[in-house]
Design a protein around this ligand. Sequence first.
Ligand code: AMP
Length: 288
Amino acid sequence: MNTPSSPAPLVVAEPRLMRDTILAARRAGRRVGFVPTMGALHAGHASLVERAAVECDDVVVSIFVNPKQFGPREDLARYPRTLPADVALLGASGARWVFVPEAATAYPAGHATSVVVAAPAADFEGAIRPGHFAGVATVVCWLFNVVPADAAYFGAKDWQQTVVVRRMVADLAIPIAIEVCPTVREPDGLAMSSRNAYLSPDERRRAVALHEGLESAARHWQAGDDVALVEEAIRAALRAHDVPVDYARVVDPQSLVPPRPGAAAVALVAGRVGTTRLLDNLLLPPRP
Ligand code: AMP
C-alpha cells in the first residue's frame, strides 16, 4: 500500500505503456485499484484514492475530460483543468500512477463503437443529457481495457452512474470489481463536485438546497410518508432556495424503478443553481 509520504505518482499518457505497467504489477502479485476521474480533483476524489490505497497494493487514477459524455451545449470547453494540482493531490492520497490519455488515443480516427446501456441509463441524467451515459459507458469500457485493474472505485455522489457501470460490467463480463464509496460533503452538506467551482457566492449559498431537500426527504421517509410526499419535500427545499428542479425522485437503488414496500430506496435530485447543474442523492434505509 502507498502511504501519504509516497513519492509523486508517475504520469503515463500512452495506453499501451499503461496497460503493460498494470499487467506487470498484477503478474507480480500486486492488487491494483483504479479510480477513473475527469480531474479538477477535490476531497471527494481523494477519498476514493485513499480507500483504494487501503484495499490495494497500487492505485492508478485516470484523468480524462471525456468529450463524448458532454452534450453540444454543455460545459466541455470550460470544464476546470488543474493537472499540476491534481498530481500533487494524488501523490498525497497514495496514487502510484496517473493515466492522462489524449482524446485521440481514446477516440482514434475512424472510431465507431459505442457502449449503450439501456434501462438504467434511460431516465434522470439519461433523459436530461441524451447520449451522456453512452459516452460514460464507452469511455469506462475503454479505460477498463487499458487499465485492467482488480477493482475500480466510484463515488456514490453519481448514483445513476454507478448503476450504469455495474450493469455494463455484468453484461459484458468485464473482470473488474466495482466499489462504491460514500459522498464527501462540504461542512454545510453540499456534495463536493468539480462543478461547484462555477458557483458565485450567492449560488454557493443556495446550492445547499439539494442537501437540505434530501435531509428533509429522509425525515419524511422515516415518518412513513408516501413516496410522493417524500419527493415533494425535496422539491420544496429547492423552491425555497430558488433552484429549479430537473428531477426529485425516490427509486429502488439497484434498478431505479419505483421502490418496493419495505425495501431500501435512494432519493435522487438534480437542480440548476444559476447555469450550473448540481446532482445529489441519499440512500433511504428499509422501513417497516
Ligand atoms: P468526476 O471527476 O466528476 O468524473 O468524478 C470521478 C469520480 O469521483 C466519480 O466516481 C465520482 O462519483 C466521484 N466523486 C465526485 N465527487 C465526489 C464526492 N463528493 N464524494 C465522493 N466521490 C465523488
